[in-house]
Design a protein around this ligand. Structure first.
Ligand SMILES: Nc1nc2c(ncn2[C@@H]2O[C@H](COP(=O)(O)OP(=O)(O)O)[C@@H](O)[C@H]2O)c(=O)[nH]1
Ligand SMILES: [Mg+2]
Length: 192
């Protein structure tokens, strides 16, 4: 997939602000700080298009990036922030759940995981919602540059025992590893 155009469309804090042009969407779901925004920047090859390591307040909105005027990459609020009240955390999770269950333009999801962390109940929920709605999804293990090849394969094996992962993409925004594969997988999800 060749990306020729990428632009920030809108940061939407509520559903009435989501784009209405009907273009298909690929959402990125994952913990805060896992590397979702960096992944978007690396994929489209524009530094700073998606804001990285932003504060919780800024990440509350759902950020829509229009790609090739053909589809959206949708940066969902990261869950699992420390120091965020339980109520807000629950709201973020509910927002993601509702999106997966109700958004008719949703064509696929990238579930972004840090291979160094064990997935928790929120990740379990994300897979359950995606599987329940039959939404195509790809698990992306990012920050791969932080682990040796051996560490990476033993961590992947351990995580696969806990959650239903098939054909994950190993990725690094720092090195660009996994970018071509991920581009192809996104293309496949959009083609249906
Ligand atoms: N070494 C390394 N650092 C990364 C990678 N992806 C993200 N980071 C760093 O991790 C931090 C959080 O990244 P960000 O994209 O803002 O995470 P988000 O909260 O999921 O959007 C930033 O300091 C990034 O520079 C990666 O693939 N490799
Ligand atoms: Mg981000």
């Amino acid at each position: 997939m060749k990306i020729t155009k990428a632009e920030f469309a809108i940061g939407a804090s509520r559903a009435t602000l989501y784009p209405k042009d009907g273009l298909p969407e690929i959402i990125l779901v994952g913990r805060s700080n896992v590397g979702k925004s960096s992944l978007i920047n690396s994929l489209v090859n524009i530094k700073g298009l998606a804001k990285t390591s932003s504060s919780p307040g800024k990440t509350r909105a759902i950020n829509f990036y229009r790609i090739n005027e053909a589809f959206y990459l949708v940066d969902m609020p990261g869950f699992g922030y420390a120091n965020v009240p339980k109520k807000i955390k629950a709201e973020w999770e509910a927002m993601i759940e509702r999106y997966v269950k109700e958004r008719s333009t949703l064509s696929g999801a990238l579930v972004v995981l840090d291979p160094r962390r064990d997935p928790g109940p929120v990740e379990q929920g994300v897979y359950r919602w995606l599987l329940g709605e039959c939404i195509p999804h790809v698990t992306v293990f990012t920050k791969a540059d932080k682990l040796s090849r051996n560490e990476l394969s033993s961590r992947l094996a351990a995580i696969k025992k806990e959650i239903p992962i098939e054909h994950p993409v190993v990725f690094s925004s720092a090195t660009g590893d996994g970018r071509p594969v991920l581009g192809r997988r996104i293309h496949e999800m959009l083609e249906g």
